[in-house]
Ligand binder design. Structure first.
Ligand SMILES: [Fe+2]
Ligand SMILES: [Fe+2]
Length: 202
């Protein structure tokens, strides 16, 4: 009788320790604020559709013989995918569930270089509004960690809008001048190469 009693003691201690470990794990597992998780998942859709849109613009430019601009836009499309991935990883690491959206079909024809960069700027402005909304939600929900994380996107939007405006100004100056468009395309190729070099040096 005594033997059985003493043999069950270690088993009980083990079970008790396992229960304690489980309780600790449950307590330490982060659970993301649901409202913040929802807006971040909406932002994933926006970054993904930006990537698709710029990919389509790159393909159109390549077919029109604007190879430099195509290179620039292919790169820009890749960057938007990285923006999406950053969000996916952040949500999952913070205890939320990232939702991968269906691929949205972007337009196929863009008429002109000017039209491309007009719609690129309009798109970036909408993305900036959406990022600002995420900032707003983070503050309302007192989620300061996500607020800190999203500041990277705030700076990125500033840069992207400025770049799009700059390119658009040049295109407005060039108008329909074929020689001007040729030089513009060469500049875009150089811009794509120089950002590649900066990325490689980081
Ligand atoms: Fe982006
Ligand atoms: Fe962007």
């Amino acid at each position: 009788m005594n033997n059985i009693f003493f043999r069950t003691i270690p088993i009980c201690i083990n079970a008790f320790n396992t229960a304690l470990d489980l309780l600790f794990l449950l307590k330490t597992k982060q659970v993301m604020n649901k409202t913040v998780e929802k807006v971040l998942n909406e932002q994933i859709i926006k970054e993904s559709s930006s990537s698709q849109l710029y990919l389509s613009m790159a393909s159109w430019s390549e077919n029109q013989g604007y190879n430099g601009t195509a290179q620039f836009l292919y790169k820009h499309s890749d960057e938007e995918r990285v923006h999406m991935l950053k969000l996916v990883k952040f949500i999952n690491e913070r205890g939320g569930i990232a939702k991968i959206p269906a691929i949205e079909k972007p337009p196929i024809n863009f008429d002109s270089m000017l039209k491309i960069f007009e719609s690129l700027l309009a798109h970036e402005i909408k993305v900036t509004e959406s990022i600002n909304n995420v900032v707003d939600v983070c503050l309302k929900e007192k989620d300061y960690t996500t607020h800190n994380f999203i500041q990277w996107y705030v700076s990125e939007q500033l840069e992207e809008e400025a770049l799009a405006r700059n390119i658009l100004d040049k295109l407005k100056m060039i108008g329909n001048d074929k020689g001007g468009l040729y030089l513009f395309d060469r500049d875009m190729e150089n811009a794509a190469i120089s950002t590649d070099t900066v990325a490689a040096e980081k």
